[in-house]
Design a binder for this molecule. Sequence first.
Ligand code: NOJ
Length: 556
Amino acid sequence: MGSTIEQAWWKEAVVYQVYPLSFQDSNGDGIGDLPGIISRLDYLKMLGINVIWLSPIFPSPNDDNGYDISDYQAIMAEFGTMADFDRLLEEAHARGIRILLDLVLNHTSDEHPWFQESRQSRDNPKSDWYIWRDGKAGGPPNNWESIFSGSAWRYYPERDQYCLHLFSARQPDLNWENPEVREALYAMIRWWLDKGVDGFRIDAITHIRKVPGMPDLPNPKGLSVVPSSAGHRNVEGIQEYVADLCTNTFARYKDVMTVGEAAGVDIHDAPNWVAADQQKFNMIFQFEQLKLWGSDVDADLDLPALKKTLTRWQKGLEGQGWNALFVENHDIARIVSTWGDAENYWRESATAIAALYFLMQGTPFIYQGQELGMTNFPFERLDQFDDVAVQNFAAARLEEGWTEAEILDHIRNSARDNARTPMQWDNTANGGFTDGEPWLPTNPNYKTLNAARQARDPDSILNFYRELIRLRAASPALMHGTYDLVLEDHPQVYAYTRTLDNEQFLVVSNLSGEVADISACEVALTDAEQLLGNQGDNGEQLTLRPWEARVLSCSS
Ligand code: NOJ
């Protein structure tokens, strides 16, 4: 008898994240836009993805590149109009591609009319929509620091009070304790669902509750840490808000896909967020696999820790929830430049990492340009960075006496701007992203590293991703099968099986620049058939070349 599979469209999907600012400009202003995205839908169809997650497309002063929203129900002028959005939705749907929006519910921009009203006085109708407190001893109400450096409080003379901002000073936190705030957000979400969007990625959702009394807390330093996190990250009672959100929005609609950004959630807590019987989110992005927000990141991959972490999530959710699989997004450096070896084994390491994460149990996400093996930007000066997190970090460190060179060394390989440079379409000026001056410089390697060139090359990273997507879509075992780690203690190799009924696959990636012996593999290799490899098939079953990845069918 075959296993029962809990099917859902979002489990079988492959999601592609578009960072609209940097994807495709259509009007020469140097900023990507919605007509630009529409013009690239056929590329995405060719790649084989069937869902697009759009980073925020709403009006915003762009202090944090759209994650500071000033109107939830309109389109940022630089990106186009609501008519452009409607056309994007229609054209994507016509190609069998669904659209997820980015929901930023923890905070708004300080230019949002809600905040403009709230800051006026202590007794206006929205006075309690944000988190206001009196100062203490001539300073802020507590010692909490912003995730983007500096105090988490900003003083407003109009109220003679401080307002909390966990992110930039221009992103004040909404007061989720106020039911009117929650209802206003839910009404907005339902409005987008009524319009026909297919789901949401939910930003910073683990921060919406703050501990009662907001006491002073430790503030460790560095871009990769979350200061005062015990006060506002996944704190007790947050599930009341999450349940309230889901019941009043997604649960009222059919087939909505939801993925929450869940810093601070571990595997013991994960079922509260994603277990099927909880009816909350479909999946979450966990933060344990990567040192996110990182500037003090050690670029060397800790393979034993990676195996433990990913296996803990795979086995921990087995049978009760679903994983979101990712190695890149707009907040982390390019994976081939960190885990991989962009200098010596660029193509091999990009594809070995691809095979490693993509065929686990869960829904794979690809960040724009990852499918080309786009690399980190060769930053040489602090003024080349755009990110508010880097600017605040640099200002704070300069004040402490660090030199510019020390700061650069600290952030060069991990800053978020590495992932935000324009998409590299071809070898024309600016990689074909814009006819104008791009808002962030194009990586100079666009002349050789671009989509047009890789589309022509059967051995390219792009074509490897296409093969991965095709293989997964054709196999219930690769989508739904059980995950088991093999070669657990191997120092160079990440290997696992996916099994469903009589079908079994082995995915094996050498994550080193040396030949790896895999003769100790618990799975019989000699009769296995290679379905996909990043270095051809040399018929040699018991060793892997540097950064070699293979997907084998082991079913007899
Ligand atoms: C997480 C987003 O991914 C990031 O880009 C943003 O800066 C913060 N949340 C604040 O919204």
